[in-house]
Design a binder for this molecule. Sequence first.
Ligand code: ADP
Ligand code: MG
Length: 263
Amino acid sequence: MSEDSVYQRLRGHLAYLRMAAAAEALPGELERAKEKDLGHSAFLERLLDVEVAATERRRQAGLERFACLPAPWTVGDFDFDAQPSVDKAMVHELATLRFLENATNVLLIGPPGVGKTMLAVALGRSAISAGYRTYYTTAADLAARCHRAALEGRWATTMRFFAGPRLLIIDEVGYLPLASEAAAALFQVVTQRYLKGSICLTTNLGVGSWGKVFDDPMVAAAMLDRLLHRSVVFNIDGESYRMRSHRARSENVRKGVRPRPEK
Ligand code: ADP
Ligand code: MG
């Protein structure tokens, strides 16, 4: 077979195997191999490396789209000095993602504006970077979705969906009172993930007042029991970060300091 037809067949194989990145890199890599007098394995390694990198990028982008994280926050963005009630070492430990291995839950409890969503999203981002399937939802969205699913006869599929991700972030539990149907949905999600997959949950409710947002205090107690059994809990107090920067700005205005432009 002529060199030309071998080349054409090789292109054909790469196209058939959907190795577009390798196909695109092929002429350049062949040229380089000739120039540098590379052996067969060195050439092949380089070519496959291109394809592996492209697959990895696609996979990351897929995980990223799937996760629906509401913001680009990372652990590095969190200002620990501003929030001394947050255990920095523990957050960094969580960012290693070892907690996902034994389905430990993370509960972030605190008033509005203290960085609960930010921390949850930052952990989600770490999980995605490490290749873990992650999904973000608010409690209200989860409830609405389960409600629709029940009406449309897709309850089981929806439950399987929420069981799937390695890390499920449920944001804003307790901001809105949950009707008993919604509480039942949340309860089932928590129950089916119990000891199998981590949940990172944020709430403005102290553990003691969970009974109040859920119609049925028994459901609330059973849910908390499962969430807390294997968990890391952050009780974040202190003032809202938004209020804090707002107040700093007002004080500067009062002192006649020119405000820095907003980022
Ligand atoms: P919560 O979910 O507790 O209501 P958020 O996580 O939404 O609070 O934080 C509110 C805003 O303040 C966000 O814009 C967030 O980026 C910012 N923020 C809160 N805490 C911190 C912090 N410690 N460092 C940097 N930004 C923070
Ligand atoms: Mg929030």
